[in-house]
Design a protein around this ligand. Structure first.
Ligand code: FMN
Ligand SMILES: CCCCCCC(=O)C(=O)O
Length: 389
C-alpha cells in the first residue's frame, strides 16, 4: 500500500495519507483559485500567466484531454508501489519538484519550505539557479533527501564553473541544464507592470552569494542595490549556446546531466549523441514560446526515439494524478511538477506543498489501482486510447 511520509493529525482514505490541511482544496484547479486570493498582484502576474496570449500554456493542459485511460479488471492491485529510480536517484514516486525560481514571491520561506516538503514526501527537489535562496541554504533544507541542481548557463565561464563547483560541494548529484530560456520570453503581464523579480535581490540569491559574481560588481550591493540586477542582466542571456559546448560542461560535472526544454525529436537524438544522460520534454509551461506545440504531444515520438538511451522526463501541464499516469504511459520515466506546488506554497508554506504532493501521489495511486495496475511500470501506450472527436 502506498504511503507517503509520517504525520499525525492526518486524513486517511483507503489507507493513504491525503494531507494535513483539510482546509485546503484537494483538486489543484481549486487550489490555484485559492492561491490567487493570497498572492500579491506582482507574484500572481509572474507565476500564473505564460508567454504572449497563453496559447501554448492552454494547449499543454488541453493535450491531456486527448487521451483516456482504459481500465482493466480483475488484476490484483492489493499491493501497490509507486517507488522508482531515475538515473540512480531513488524516489517515492516518479514525480520531482521542478526547478522554479523566486519562490519567496509566493511565501517568505520560499525554496526552503518546498525543499523540506519534497524531502518529507521522498521526492527529489530540483534547485533553480534563479532561486531566492542559495544553493547551500537549500541543500541544508533538503537534508538527506535527493538534490538536483538546475543550471541557467551564464555567459561568464568562470561564474558557471563556480555554480557547478558550489552545487557539487553542497551535495547536488544531478545537473538539469535548461536550454529554452537563453532569452526571457515575451511576458505581457510582467511587461505591463514593469516588474521583473530577477532585477531585484529576490531572484538572484545564487548570484549574490557567489564570490565570482560579486567580483563583477563595481560597487557593493549595499552601496548600490541596483548593481547586482545590472550585473545579473549582463550574464544571464546566453543565446550563443550551441551543442558543441556540452563537452565543456561534461568535463566539469561528474554526475548525470539532463537537458530541459526538449520538444523536437531531432534535439532528443542530439542529446543522446552528445553523451547526455537524460532530457526533460518541456516547453517551460508555455512561458517561453507562445504558439509552440503542447509538450505532451511531443512526448510519444521522443520517448520512442531515445527512451532506450536516455532518461525521459516530462513537464508542462501536469495538473492531476491522471495527467501523471498519462505522461508515464506515453513514455516518460518521471514527471516534474511546476506551478501546482507553488500554489500550495502560497497558501500554507511547507505544509501546503506537502498537501499538494500527497494529494497528487494519492490520486496517482488510486488512478493506477482502479485502472488495474499495481505499479506504474505496467503502463504502456495500450493503457490509453485517443479521445473520440
Ligand atoms: C514561477 C515559475 C518559475 C520558474 N522558474 C524556472 C527556473 O528557474 N528554471 C527552470 O528551468 N524552469 C523554471 N520554470 C519552469 C518549470 O520548471 C516547469 O518547466 C513549468 O512550470 C512546467 O509547466 P507547468 O507549471 O504548467 O506545469 C518556472 C516556472 C514557473 C511557473
Ligand atoms: C531573466 C531571468 C529569467 C529567469 C527565468 C525564471 C524562469 O524560468 C521563469 O520565470 O520561467
Amino acid at each position: 500500500m502506498a504511503h507517503f511520509g509520517d504525520h499525525q493529525s492526518s486524513i486517511y482514505f483507503n489507507g493513504m495519507f491525503l494531507g494535513q490541511t483539510p482546509d485546503l482544496p484537494t483538486d489543484l484547479t481549486s487550489l490555484e483559485e485559492r492561491a490567487a486570493e493570497v498572492l500579491s498582484p506582482e507574484a500572481l502576474g509572474y507565476i500564473v500567466p505564460s508567454a504572449g496570449g497563453g496559447a501554448t500554456a492552454r494547449a499543454n493542459v488541453a493535450a491531456f484531454d486527448r487521451w483516456r485511460i482504459v481500465p482493466r479488471m480483475l488484476r490484483d492491485h492489493a499491493v501497490r508501489d509507486l517507488a522508482t529510480e531515475v538515473l540512480g536517484t531513488s524516489m517515492a514516486a516518479p514525480v520531482l519538484l521542478g526547478p522554479v525560481g523566486v519562490q519567496t514571491l509566493a511565501h517568505p520561506e520560499g525554496e526552503l519550505a518546498s525543499a523540506r516538503a519534497a524531502a518529507a514526501v521522498g521526492l527529489p527537489y530540483v534547485h533553480s539557479t534563479q532561486a531566492s535562496h542559495s544553493i547551500e541554504e537549500v541543500a541544508a533544507a533538503v537534508g538527506d533527501g535527493p538534490r538536483w541542481y538546475q543550471l541557467y548557463w551564464p555567459t561568464d565561464p568562470e561564474l558557471c564553473e563556480s555554480f557547478l563547483s558550489r552545487a557539487a560541494f553542497a551535495g547536488y548529484t544531478h545537473l538539469v541544464v535548461t536550454l529554452d530560456t537563453t532569452l526571457l520570453g515575451w511576458r505581457p503581464r510582467d511587461l505591463d507592470r514593469g516588474y521583473l523579480p530577477f532585477l531585484q535581490a529576490v531572484g538572484i540569491a545564487n548570484y549574490t552569494s557567489d564570490p565570482v559574481f560579486l567580483r563583477r560588481l563595481e560597487k557593493s550591493v549595499e552601496e548600490d542595490p541596483g548593481a547586482a540586477g545590472i550585473a545579473f542582466a549582463s550574464v544571464f542571456p546566453n543565446p550563443g549556446l550551441d551543442w558543441s559546448q556540452l563537452a565543456w560542461l561534461r568535463e566539469r560535472w561528474d554526475g548525470p546531466i539532463l537537458l530541459k526544454g526538449i520538444q523536437h525529436v531531432d534535439d532528443a537524438r542530439l542529446a543522446a549523441e552528445h553523451g547526455m544522460d537524460g532530457i526533460v520534454v518541456s516547453n517551460h509551461g508555455g512561458r517561453q514560446v507562445d504558439g509552440a506545440v503542447a509538450s505532451l504531444d511531443q512526448l510519444p515520438a521522443i520517448a520512442e526515439a531515445v527512451g532506450d538511451r536516455l532518461a525521459v522526463l516530462f513537464d508542462s501541464g501536469i495538473r492531476s494524478g491522471p495527467d501523471v499516469v498519462k505522461a508515464l504511459a506515453l513514455g516518460a520515466d518521471a514527471v516534474l511538477l511546476g506551478r501546482p506546488f507553488l500554489y500550495g506554497l502560497a497558501l500554507a508554506g511547507q505544509v501546503g506543498v506537502e498537501h499538494v504532493l500527497r494529494c497528487l501521489l494519492a490520486e496517482v495511486d488510486l488512478t493506477l489501482g482502479n485502472a488495474g495496475y499495481a505499479s506504474h511500470r505496467e503502463l504502456s501506450r495500450d493503457s490509453l486510447a485517443p479521445t473520440p472527436r
